[in-house]
Design a protein around this ligand. Sequence first.
Ligand code: GLV
Length: 325
Amino acid sequence: MSNSSKPSLLIARAIFPEVIARLQNNFTLELNQEDCIFSPTELAQRLQGKFGMLCTSSARIDATLLAACPELRIVSSIAVGYDNIDLHACQHFGVMATNAPDVLSETTADYAWALLMAAARRVTEAEHFLRAGQWQKWSYDFFLGAEIHGTCLGILGMGRIGQAIARRASGFGMRVIYHNRQRLTPEQEAAAHGASYVEKERLLQEADHLMLALPYSPEVHHIIGAPELALMKPSATLCNIARGGIVDDTALIAALREGRLAAAGLDVFENEPRLNPDFLQLKNVVLSPHIASATRQTRLAMVNTAANNLIAAARGERPPQLLVV
Ligand code: GLV
């Protein structure tokens, strides 16, 4: 194919050079390896004349943007979560939208456990203490944390990632309970370490450690707020590897500060990357910058999934991970 016959593609964020090399065979590329975050106006300008865009969840894809980009045919995200994409608007404007599920489930579940263990066993708090030169002597009640093995793990959102988190509970001899829009089949429950379905209220009341693994949508905005936190055990741990906005961060900060919840492990925040600064004052929260899927292998697989979707669309085929159109 000559350059001029290739469709144009905006790669809206920095990505792996090897995937750029793959995409070069199929597209004329506009790159952003400096990794600037484009404003909506700049994004619309850069999308003029483009057939497609490869993006992350930092790009807001809405009717205003799509109306301004009439040649756009596909938006391909490297993320599994697509709350940044207005699927109705995509349908209305005839723009395909794709995401990158599956390839990150196991890695994200690994990280959920890393956060849970760090929060429950106070790993980062103890490390900060040590780094600050405060360790004078060992003592029997030094950084007492919460038990993990043999306790009850609650999972809110039992999709692929939730099920992968549940499977890992077998090594810890935990009982797993979950709540989900849809109950799993008995076979799926058996494969998820025998997880049992419970109502949300019971999940909150019984879990010693609660994992949030549900996709964000306006319907679940602040699904964990002050009333839900009040139902949880004061000794419990809450971990969010899903999306900011699912938890009311202000209510969570109050619960952690007042000892109504023992600890939290958070990889996602409302308004990230500008998280509520009050989190930084709390010792009983482990904070990380949205890195649950961050291994080289997994991130490469996510970007390649997005590339596969784009290449299929350019060939007039159905993208494997088509969400809409
Ligand atoms: C990460 O948050 C993703 O949705 O892939």
